[in-house]
Design a protein around this ligand. Structure first.
Ligand SMILES: Nc1ncnc2c1ncn2[C@@H]1O[C@H](COP(=O)(O)OP(=O)(O)OP(=O)(O)O)[C@@H](O)[C@H]1O
Ligand SMILES: [Mg+2]
Length: 334
């Protein structure tokens, strides 16, 4: 008998995860670093660095986030970085020990068809056969909500919203909006800079503050952070600004959910309204499900919940799909 490994891959703008039928699961930040000059190359002792390793050495490296929204996909540096990254992610799974590797892959929705061709060329030689599915569909599979649900996958680069009706979603079952984690970071950064003129902050600083303290709700919390204003250290409260930025995302999600419900089959709409699930890293904003419920409550009796452990849900669902699909559903890439 041939030895077959199944894998589920979540290629994310911000971080990527691989789950295997051996039971392993690995997450790596979608970052690639290449040494800036021969001195850096000598010191680091390697040509390519990934994830945390790249970030730790970022001053000595050119840093790429090759799957980020807005990155020109025909730019050769980014394309090479994307290739190196995907290869590295697959290598962490030990695919080489198997005769066959069948993989289900979720890639960001802004990656167009031509880039999927790129994806196939990257995976050729590593995998035997692949199937590409959307992130919300993988989540629906992971939480076993296939027979009438709305899945909202709010990641870093985009929020994908899909109607799930017991089959693969078609194009008009799904919509993508640009408001997600990165958008919240930028809105919050602008608001901080407006309130504290001369504040010297980076998007990464803002993201870390957000991840630690994010919330929505009527009760404004105090969130103290240290920043430099024109070189002078200052401790400031960003609690109100953080709530506002997260609330704006909740509003955008609400509008998208209403759109996807109202354009669905009317007989299914009552089921959709009662089965809305929030996933993706941005679903970890405290109070988000309650807030989205509030924003969509004018369409009737609704129920919105946030999935547990959203970081791994896409890859877990992709793996579960990989294990349960018949071979004919796969595209051979040998
Ligand atoms: N506790 C938290 N509160 C708010 N946002 C969070 C929290 N933890 C993580 N995030 C945000 O979640 C996002 C990452 O989510 P995820 O890993 O689902 O994205 P991704 O899959 O890489 O992106 P995409 O699906 O858009 O390609 C980042 O913007 C991150 O800041
Ligand atoms: Mg994602």
């Amino acid at each position: 008998m041939t030895d077959r490994l199944y894998i589920g891959i979540d290629l994310g703008t911000f971080q990527s995860t691989i789950a295997t039928s051996k039971g392993d699961i690995h997450t790596i930040e979608t970052v690639v670093g290449t040494p800036k000059d021969p001195v850096a190359r000598n010191m680091l002792g390697r040509d390519t660095l990934f994830g945390e390793d790249a970030l730790k050495n970022r001053l000595a490296c050119n840093i790429f986030r090759p799957l980020e929204a807005g990155v020109a996909q025909d730019d050769s540096d980014h394309l090479n970085a994307a290739k190196d990254f995907v290869t590295h992610l697959i290598d962490t799974a030990g695919c080489d020990e198997y005769d066959e590797v069948y993989g289900v892959i979720c890639s960001p929705s802004h990656i167009s068809f031509t880039d999927k061709t790129n994806l196939v060329s990257i995976l050729r030689g590593k995998l035997t056969a692949i199937m590409v599915v959307s992130e919300p569909f993988a989540v629906a599979f992971a939480i076993q909500q296939l027979m009438g649900s709305i899945i909202v996958d709010s990641g870093a680069g985009t929020t994908d919203v899909a109607r799930i009706v017991g089959r693969f979603p078609e194009d008009d079952d799904q919509l993508t909006i640009p408001e997600a984690g990165d958008w919240v970071d930028i809105e919050l950064m602008k608001a901080i800079q407006k309130k504290y003129t001369g504040a010297q902050i980076t998007k990464d600083m803002v993201r870390r503050w957000k991840e630690k303290n994010s919330y929505v709700g009527d009760k404004i919390k105090e969130v103290l952070v240290d920043l430099s204003v024109e070189g002078k250290s200052q401790r400031v409260d960003i609690g109100d600004l953080l709530e506002t930025a997260c609330d704006e995302l909740a509003q955008k999600l609400g509008i998208a959910v209403k759109r996807i419900i109202s354009s669905g089959d009317p007989e299914y709409q009552p089921i959709f309204r009662k089965n809305v699930y929030l996933a993706g890293g941005s679903s970890q904003i405290k109070g988000l499900a309650a807030k989205v419920t509030e924003y969509i409550s004018d369409i009737g009796d609704v129920s919105v919940s946030a999935v547990k452990k959203p970081e791994h849900k896409v890859a877990e669902g992709a793996l579960a799909l990989a294990e349960s699909m018949p071979d004919e559903e796969y595209t051979s890439i040998v």
